[in-house]
Design a protein around this ligand. Structure first.
Ligand SMILES: Cc1cc2nc3c(=O)[nH]c(=O)nc-3n(C[C@H](O)[C@H](O)[C@H](O)COP(=O)(O)OP(=O)(O)OC[C@H]3O[C@@H](n4cnc5c(N)ncnc54)[C@H](O)[C@@H]3O)c2cc1C
Length: 322
């Protein structure tokens, strides 16, 4: 690894294949554009051979495994962060820890930043290296503005998604360096599980979100809920819809609500204010239904339908199996 800068991909093995492939893909791309290599720190109980194969073919540099039975618990974020802090060791130059993209990764990034007293670059769009050091670009206001964060410390923590890992090297298996943990890890958090009365999935993590805004009334929300249920999606709403009691606050989408990364977001009777769009990933395909052809939502929607929901939603439901 370069003495001036580098990347360490921190990958909890219990998070599975998707987390592994996405983190490696990002590490590959960031390190290639920054002219440095990337090392990998695996966290887990043990490492399967196919994971080592993948790391090798992705061109990873040094691979270490922080090994502990507590790290098999995918949800024990404090333990994952504590293990990382214990085994990270001395790093040369300015380094960035890359964690898997997504909500879990962002939570882990926060724990790591606190444990290591390192700046949290958060969910970035890009991570670039220039003469002044690492520079993170973050999308704000639903991707319409970009915030530049200059890392002014030896170590930062970032979370971003830049595609899947590609095979770039011969892929010879090499045993990772197994690092013993000298300190006990925090115990798993006791999580009490109770049955939610909501029949629909939460908006965060849903692959499809059907959302309504101020242009939709109670009857319309009943149709949206039915639509979400039939499409196996989640129901969301804008702030005014939440204020009107049409949808629970836990389902609010926007800058003061949830950030959704669904593949598809159906926005009905939502005008498309920056505060609402800030809660929708720029990678999400937006389908908008609005009676006003000049509504701002149509400027960002991938598909727009100028219609009143009163006409459109019943017809749409008729077409779907019950
Ligand atoms: C600090 C702050 C934080 C905020 N956080 C959030 C947030 O997290 N989330 C959020 O959503 N907002 C947030 N807001 C509020 C935000 O500014 C807007 O007020 C809000 O997003 C507008 O919601 P809307 O699109 O549902 O309503 P409107 O802007 O009123 O739009 C309603 C739309 O419905 C359409 N319509 C009306 N009738 C029909 C019909 N019959 N069929 C089809 N379309 C119809 C209209 O043409 C219109 O475009 C925040 C504001 C502030 C100041």
């Amino acid at each position: 690894m370069s003495a001036t800068h580098g990347i360490v991909a921190v990958i909890p093995l219990a998070w599975g294949e998707d987390a592994l492939v996405a983190t490696l893909g990002t590490a590959q791309q960031v390190s290639a554009s920054a002219g440095c290599g990337f090392d990998v720190l695996l966290l887990g109980e043990d490492v399967p051979a196919q994971v080592l194969q993948r790391l090798a073919s992705a061109g990873a540099g040094a691979v270490r495994l922080a090994q502990h039975s507590a790290l098999a618990d995918a949800q024990n974020q404090p333990a994952l962060a504590a293990a990382t802090a214990q085994v990270l060791g001395d790093l040369s130059g300015q380094q960035v820890l890359l964690v898997p993209p997504g909500a879990d990764g962002e939570e882990l990034a926060g724990h790591l930043a606190a444990q290591l007293d390192a700046p949290l670059l958060g969910r970035c769009q890009q991570l670039l290296w220039d003469d002044a050091g690492w520079l993170a670009e973050r999308a704000v206001w639903g991707g319409r503005k970009t915030l530049e964060l200059r890392l002014d410390a030896p170590l930062g923590v970032a979370c971003l998604r830049l595609g899947k890992a590609q095979a770039v090297a011969a892929g010879e298996l090499a045993e990772p360096q197994r690092v013993a943990l000298s300190q006990p890890l925090p115990p798993a958090m006791l999580i009490e599980q109770s049955r939610s009365e909501q029949r629909l999935a939460p908006v965060q993590g849903a692959r499809l979100v059907v959302a309504g805004g101020r242009g939709v009334n109670e009857q319309g929300f009943a149709l949206l809920e039915e639509l979400a249920a039939r499409l196996d999606g989640a129901l969301g709403g804008s702030l005014p819809a939440v204020d009107a009691g049409l949808v629970p606050v836990a389902r609010q989408v926007g800058i003061s609500g949830n950030f959704v990364t669904a593949g598809v977001y159906l926005a009905v009777g939502i005008s498309g204010t920056p505060q609402h769009l800030a809660g929708i990933s720029s990678e999400t395909c937006i389908l908008a239904v609005n009676k006003d052809p000049a509504a701002d939502i149509f400027k960002v929607a991938n598909v727009g339908v100028v219609a009143e929901w009163e006409q459109l939603l019943p017809v749409l439901l008729e077409q779907l199996p019950g």
